[in-house]
Design a protein around this ligand. Structure first.
Ligand SMILES: Nc1ncnc2c1ncn2[C@@H]1O[C@H](COP(=O)(O)OP(=O)(O)OP(=O)(O)O)[C@@H](O)[C@H]1O
Ligand SMILES: [Mg+2]
Length: 539
């Protein structure tokens, strides 16, 4: 493997001369191998991180990214290979040794104690003391400072972690990692459940750490982020390192090719609509005080309608009203022409609307059960009602089919879900909904945490379901996804639908509608997304 040339660090003035001094290598992994039962998760991976760089680690779901960082953080032990920090070899399988050496990790699944407050979580097990007493004042000052840095409200310090949204929980995990003043900070998909605004804050903080010489390992499936934040990128495929490049020398398209091992197929083609069908889902004058108001729209059979809005626009609460989690207090919802009331999630489920909620990390899977079981739970109640015994063979067949179709990477349908990579767990939850072929399907962030290849396959499956007559409503903050899937895009701003677009709408127009004329600020991410969209369009 070719060695990479030196990378420009945060200051960005290392251009031109050969006499550039190579930044110090902080962390070095050599020949890492790891096997889980029949799965060879890592096959001899070399990897290093320099002081003051953001080193992105990318690859399809199941490529081995989380396994590699668990080995660095001491949460797992490698079967073979070495991990060196500052030239000192780290014994494997010891998280406190890794922390002591200056390696702090934010895992893909939040690892906080829900019953404890934010402040308690940050200092658990290493309370600051003054004499024999916990020094609460100093501790609180530190917590305040961390919350400020991450753009979080100081009043959060005393709130139970279980009571705050997952996006903020993720930021708390990051605050906790910062509190160790690490030399290496590992972020495993920090952005999957963050809003664009939260991601912008995170990037500012990451850039600040980089300026101070911290080395950052950044895992993400949102490849458009890489051009904003990464200095170098390493691509894993099936447990092998297939490339490592300075970010400015590769295009996103090239990275995708390296990840999937071939030139990916294009986005799914649109599909045809029966123009005159009666709406399957019809919402009129829907409102929930302080969240959204006077929302009206209809989704016909075979139609895919997307609801798109920026953070705080009200799309999340709107989806939660359709799930019966936080019910609407005004307006009506009709299913196939019949008014329905959705006061609770159970009531919503009984109407026959199939729902894929956001936040699937917190809910959704029976982790110790098999893929087959998890895919079938949604229709179990139906089978029971009809007094049909669960047909294990059929369950197995359906699961095997879906494992193939949406590329769930697993040895087989009986593999327990907790042995799957994060993205593959997401696919299992989605498969459960697709299996049922419901009349109306509401999906919130359907491809969160899913890799690019599987994302297109999932989009194809959603469109195929629509072709068979399902009315699909997609609530998504992923603009490219919205434009690819939707026959119509409804743009929500300040709790109201402010614009509607048909197929072929431009990114710029939809974004402008979502941001509103008053908010002229352009996000860095928006610009990156526009650039990536351009690149994708021209392939
Ligand atoms: N505890 C475990 N038991 C068995 N297999 C495992 C376990 N953890 C991971 N694996 C397997 O190892 C492989 C690599 O998983 P890993 O979690 O490292 O993937 P990843 O690159 O992080 O994917 P994602 O993008 O979906 O998070 C996968 O095939 C996964 O199923
Ligand atoms: Mg992972």
């Amino acid at each position: 493997m070719a060695t990479s040339p030196p990378v420009a660090t945060g200051s960005g003035n290392a251009q031109g001369g050969e006499a550039v001094t190579e930044p110090e290598t902080l962390l070095r992994l050599t020949g890492i191998r790891k096997r889980y039962g029949g799965v060879q998760a890592l096959r001899g991976v070399d990897f290093d991180v320099r002081s003051g760089e953001v080193h992105a680690l990318v690859g399809e779901n199941g490529a081995g990214k989380s396994t590699l960082i668990k080995i660095i953080s001491g949460a797992e032990t490698a079967d073979q290979g070495t991990v060196e920090m500052d030239g000192q070899r780290l014994g494997g399988g010891n998280t406190s040794a890794a922390l002591d050496a200056g390696i702090a990790t934010v895992y893909q699944e939040p690892q906080l104690f829900g019953e404890l407050s934010v402040a308690e979580n940050i200092f658990i097990g290493r309370e600051l003391t003054k004499g024999v007493l916990v020094d609460r004042a100093t501790q609180r000052a530190k917590v305040d400072e961390l919350l400020d840095r991450l753009g979080l409200d100081r009043t959060l310090a005393d709130v139970r972690v279980a009571d705050i949204p997952v996006g903020e929980q993720q930021l708390v995990s990051i605050a906790k990692a910062f509190s160790h003043d690490p030399k290496i900070l590992i972020l495993d998909e920090p952005s999957a459940i963050l809003t664009d605004r939260e991601i912008d804050t995170l990037f500012e903080v990451v850039k600040g750490l980089r300026e101070h010489g911290v080395g950052i390992i950044y895992i993400s499936h949102r490849l458009d982020e890489l051009s904003v934040i990464a200095d170098r990128v390493t691509v894993l495929r099936d447990g092998e390192k297939v490339a490592a490049h300075p970010m400015r020398e590769v295009t996103i398209r090239k990275i995708v090719e390296l990840m999937v091992g071939h030139v990916p197929g294009g986005p799914p083609a649109g599909h045809t609509l029966a123009a005159d069908a009666e709406p399957a889902l019809e919402v009129s004058g829907l409102g929930r005080r302080g969240r959204f108001q006077d929302v009206s729209f209809a989704v016909r059979p075979s139609e895919v309608v997307a609801v798109y809005g920026l953070i705080g626009s009200g799309t999340g609460p709107l989806a939660r009203a359709l799930y019966g989690i936080d019910p609407a207090d005004t307006g009506t919802i009709k299913l196939n022409g019949e008014p329905v009331s959705l006061p609770t999630p159970q009531a919503a489920a009984r109407t026959g609307i199939a729902l894929l909620p956001g936040n699937r990390k917190a809910q959704g899977v029976f982790a110790i059960k098999s893929i087959a079981f998890n895919i079938s739970v949604a229709h179990l109640h139906l089978l029971r009602k009809l007094r049909i015994w669960v047909d294990r063979r059929r369950e197995q067949e359906v699961a095997t089919d879906f494992i193939k179709r949406i590329a769930i990477k697993a040895p087989g349908p009986q593999t327990p879900v907790n042995a799957l990579s994060g993205g593959n767990q997401q696919k299992v939850v989605l498969a459960r909904q697709l299996v049922e072929r419901p009349g109306v399907l509401v999906l919130e962030e359907p491809t969160q945490g899913v890799d690019v290849g599987a994302k297109e396959e999932i989009h194809k499956q959603i469109l195929a379901l629509a072709d068979q007559g399902t009315a699909v409503l997609v609530v998504s903050s992923d603009l490219l996804e919205v434009l690819e899937l939707a026959d119509r895009v409804l743009v929500v701003r300040a709790g109201s639908i402010v614009a509607e677009f048909g197929r072929g709408a431009s990114q710029a127009d939809v974004l402008a509608a979502a941001a509103g004329d008053d908010s002229g600020e352009a996000h860095v991410l928006d610009a990156a997304r526009a650039a990536v969209a351009q690149e994708v369009e021209t392939r």
